[in-house]
Design a protein around this ligand. Structure first.
Ligand SMILES: [Zn+2]
Length: 329
């Protein structure tokens, strides 16, 4: 019988779900609109119907082993989503318990960046690595730490929030209520803010001049930089410098083998990797220099969030097996 897991990625606009095998092949996938359901109970009903339908679409003899969920503010220990600013529902939502009750299989919830880190370990380029960090560069900046083969969850299930460590205490205002957080500089939104600041401070011609802030996106900035646009190039250099300096601080905590960059901004390739690596090396404590690789994620495709979420189940089952082995030994 084929063993499969379900991965669900709850985003601010869409909820994507998929059924995935152990090798990371998505055998079925679909999505529902997150924004369509103002009440969480209605959303959950809609999601349960969609998942039941998805399961009937998988051919052959199979067994669904569990459900993994990645969502902003997902709490691994409690299985809850807590006060996520990008989702329509307020308060604390006991999603893992609800899924367990509905489908009678294990359900694991964590934040989307932690899911990306487990996904990298189970299916991606961190296979066989025990110490690494994944940095997700989307609208914000998320991070997941794996140390000695285990995802760091912390006491409250919210470990690994590098995006909200400080770059400049008097700097840009952040959604979290603080100022100068890393993600206000290094993220899709951050680089747009940088482009606007550079356009305001300098007089050079740029193809980005005249594009409204709402219309400006990472792809435009990348394409302009490839064509040699000086403002776009300066924006990448500035973004890479801040990320590199922050990574130089971050690695001293867990001594990782590699740091994987995932998501929109990382697709700019050398434009972001080169300044990031240069400034990381320049700022590293000498003991760490030349030891930490900065690499693109091995899961750069549309299904990555589903893979990350589904990987939580394999990881959970593997850990459970290890614990049983210890008891038997
Ligand atoms: Zn912040």
């Amino acid at each position: 019988m084929k063993e499969l897991t379900i991965g669900i990625d709850i985003g601010g606009t869409n909820t994507k779900y998929g059924i995935v095998d152990r090798s990371g092949q998505v055998v079925f996938q679909g999505s529902i609109k997150t924004t369509e359901f103002e009440d969480f109970r209605d959303y959950f009903k809609g999601l349960a119907i969609a998942l039941r339908h998805a399961i009937t679409q998988v051919k052959g003899d199979h067994k669904i082993l569990g459900i993994g969920v990645g969502a902003a503010n997902g709490n691994y220990y409690k299985g809850t989503i807590e006060r996520a600013t990008n989702l329509p529902w307020k308060g604390i939502i006991p999603l893992a318990d609800m899924l367990k009750e509905e489908f009678n299989i294990p359900a694991i919830v964590t934040n989307d960046a932690n899911a990306a880190a487990v996904g990298e370990m189970v299916y991606g380029s961190a296979k066989g690595m025990k110490d690494f960090i994944v940095i997700t560069l989307g609208t914000g900046l998320g991070s997941g730490f794996v140390s000695n083969g285990h995802l760091l969850n912390g006491k409250h299930g919210i470990a690994g929030e590098v995006g909200h460590t400080s770059v400049n205490p008097a700097g840009r205002f952040c959604n979290c209520g603080k100022r100068g957080c890393l993600e206000t500089y290094v993220s899709a939104t951050g680089i747009r803010r940088t482009v606007y600041k550079l356009l305001a401070d300098h007089l050079e011609d740029s193809e980005l001049r005249g594009i409204s802030f709402d219309n400006l996106n990472t792809k435009m900035i990348t394409e302009a930089a490839v064509r040699g646009d000086i403002v776009a190039l300066a924006a990448f250099e500035y973004t890479g410098r801040i990320l590199g300096m922050k990574l130089a601080e971050t690695v001293v905590h867990t001594d990782p083998e590699a740091i994987f960059l995932f998501g929109g901004l990382s697709l700019a390739g050398d434009l972001i990797f080169k300044p990031t690596i240069r400034h990381m090396e320049a700022n590293l404590m000498p003991l760490f220099r030349g030891k930490v690789k900065v690499l693109p994620s091995g899961l750069q495709n549309q299904a990555a969030p589903i893979l990350g979420a589904s990987s939580l189940v394999w990881n959970y089952l593997d850990n459970e097996k290890d614990q049983l082995k210890e008891i038997v030994a």
